[in-house]
Design a protein around this ligand. Sequence first.
Ligand SMILES: Cc1cc2nc3c(=O)[nH]c(=O)nc-3n(C[C@H](O)[C@H](O)[C@H](O)COP(=O)(O)OP(=O)(O)OC[C@H]3O[C@@H](n4cnc5c(N)ncnc54)[C@H](O)[C@@H]3O)c2cc1C
Length: 396
Amino acid sequence: MKIAINGVGIAGPTLAYWLRKYGHEPVLFEKAPKLRTAGYIIDFWGSGYDIAEKMGLFPELLEDAYIMERIRTLTASGRTTSSLNVRNFQEMTNGRYMSIARSDLSKHLFRACGGVKTRFGTSVTGFEDQDGKVKVQLSDNSSEDFDLLIGADGLHSHVRELAFGAQETFEEHLGFYVTAFTLPGYQPRNKLTYLSHTVPGRQVSRISLRDDQTLFLFFFSKNFVNQQPENEAGEKALLREIFADMGWETAAILSRMDEVNNIYFDRVSQIKMPNWTKGRVALLGDAAACASLLSGEGTGLAMTEAYVLAGELKRANGNYEAAFSAYQNKLHGYLLQKQAMALKFAGFFAPKTWLGLFLRDAMTNFASVPVLGKLMLGGMFKDNLKLPSYEDEQKN
Ligand SMILES: Cc1cc2nc3c(=O)[nH]c(=O)nc-3n(C[C@H](O)[C@H](O)[C@H](O)COP(=O)(O)OP(=O)(O)OC[C@H]3O[C@@H](n4cnc5c(N)ncnc54)[C@H](O)[C@@H]3O)c2cc1C
């Protein structure tokens, strides 16, 4: 089948890889002019890690990864209030846990698709599902016929809007905003350590990266936002206003905001849909079931959805309706569980009260004791999804 995939992030290239492996003809469309490079660091483990292994991304993936050592929380004057040994996560996942720039993971996934037709700077603007095909309209005013159209275009998916309706219908805003950006040459640096300073409803964090870069993350309650800014200048102004009195290194970080030219600024939201497919259209990844950064697993989930959708298409041998239905049945409940689990971590990023903050730090210190850490966080790493081995199945 000839299959259009809108979005070359995480889900899109993973799907393209498996579809091509099973003899289909995927075509990737991406609105950005080239693979996105800016962004943030993600934690990567679980079924996504297993799929990356199946795709032969190791050991190259590890070369771009960070094996973090500590999470430290600090007061406004820089005194440490809690410290978590992240190496415990390695033990809880049998060494299958890493941190990596989202853009680097995307780069490796896309590289594995070498040769798949890809059109950067071109996106799906409309479609008609009729006469046994999908006629896809593109942003360059051309149109092309496909057997299926897949929306892998993230939280603000345009394919979702075209096929299912407005984002508001499916979006649950979790009450927070997040911003991420990098700066070169920032001092001080703390190798392999995630440092953060929190006051009720607000958190500033930094991670020292390779090549003298530092990643900064700002997480804050929607109570500080009257209206979501419409452009980067507005986003910077809002950050300066909200975080002006934060203490720690915040003033020094904000004083360099004018140097930032690729800021990530968005609502923290989940997407909940009763159905991920309609006719010849299906959604994947954040477009279908964003669990938000609070899950710490969105990339792995996006890859799992892509792997299962491609596998079910292989298994159904051309019967896309059967494949879509199996895809949804296998994963819908699982994603709802992951979304519910994610909500439990909101208190880690931005507790609402000083008491909540005190309790968070106390719990973080407890979790550093390996046995207690396993008891408190072990559940997060448990997965009750057994990945099918579609690649070993013979075609009917
Ligand atoms: C601050 C932050 C921290 C996070 N931390 C983690 C973490 O620790 N671990 C983890 O696993 N996940 C984490 N996540 C979540 C993770 O990044 C997402 O779940 C994951 O990237 C989803 O993959 P995706 O392919 O569905 O969407 P995306 O990665 O968003 O990719 C979508 C692609 O579609 C493109 N696109 C958008 N609109 C269009 C259009 N109209 N036409 C064509 N192309 C389009 C975009 O340019 C992009 O390339 C975090 C997210 C944030 C914001």
